[in-house]
Design a protein around this ligand. Structure first.
Ligand SMILES: [Zn+2]
Length: 253
């Protein structure tokens, strides 16, 4: 049975609070603990990240304290880049998008961004060995800079088991949700959620999925318990083509 975990991207102080809190409550109801990608020092002003900073109903907003409380309750932290600003037009090794905060920059520049982000999170009481690249884009220098900063895991890539690549363990994300839900094969994957982009219908869809596939959704910590498999050159190339293909298809349709 394919197990499914959830990761929430773009979690940061001042983020869209109402939708985040609503999704957090939905996960609480089903007792599911996700991975959250925390932007250390957000400079991305796009509406999907920072619109409606205050939840109308509860008048609360998201800050590092709120995030820390969630982590204390079993949510898992990933460092989601540094500033979440795309400065290059490179898709890197996993080209789902053709822009990046990291891919295409020198090792020194990437190392500086990653260590600064790590420092900011640390100052706010958050330490993690998991990295989540903004726009899923990273290159060999990103992986080198992550290793230099003590990171061990990257949430990305396709597949149904954690795998080793570039001296790090990759925790795959879902290529096609419907396929993951239909398969009778074992393994584990991740559904990627951007709460700031969720509409009413998305909340309803997630509620339906959590209800229907209650036994398939597991805490993200389950992922970290599974020993990684070796990644062959062929698998890596296949994953590159899948990401490239998905990017091209999204552009066409
Ligand atoms: Zn992001």
């Amino acid at each position: 049975m394919r197990k499914i975990t959830i990761r929430i991207d773009d979690v940061t102080p001042g983020m869209n609070a109402g939708k985040m809190i609503r999704f957090a409550e939905l996960l609480d109801r089903y007792d599911i603990k996700p991975l959250i990608g925390i932007i250390p020092e957000n400079r991305d002003g796009s509406p999907e990240v920072v619109e409606d900073r205050c939840d109308e109903e509860t008048q609360s907003s998201i800050d590092f304290k709120w995030i820390r409380e969630r982590l204390e309750g079993g949510w898992i932290a990933a460092q989601h880049g540094c500033y979440h600003v795309y400065t290059t037009k490179s898709g890197g090794l996993f080209p789902l998008n053709s822009y990046s905060e990291f891919a295409g920059l020198s090792f020194e520049e990437q190392e500086r961004l990653i260590s600064h982000g790590k420092k900011v999170l640390g100052e706010n009481g958050i330490n993690t060995k998991i990295f989540m690249a903004p726009a899923h884009s990273y290159d060999k220098n990103t992986l080198k800079a992550l290793r230099a900063n003590g990171f061990e895991f990257v949430t990305d890539g396709f597949g149904s088991l954690p795998y080793n690549m570039g001296g790090l363990v990759f925790l795959p994300i879902s290529f096609l949700r419907s396929r993951e839900l239909k398969t009778d094969k074992d393994g584990i994957t991740t559904f990627v959620v951007h709460t700031g982009m969720m509409e009413e219908s998305d909340f309803e869809e997630y509620e339906g999925l959590l209800e229907k596939y209650r036994d398939r959704f597991v805490d993200y910590s389950e992922f970290l318990k599974i020993p990684p498999v070796r990644c062959s050159r062929g698998k890596h190339y296949g994953e590159y083509l899948m990401a490239k293909g998905k990017h091209t298809a999204a552009k066409i349709f």
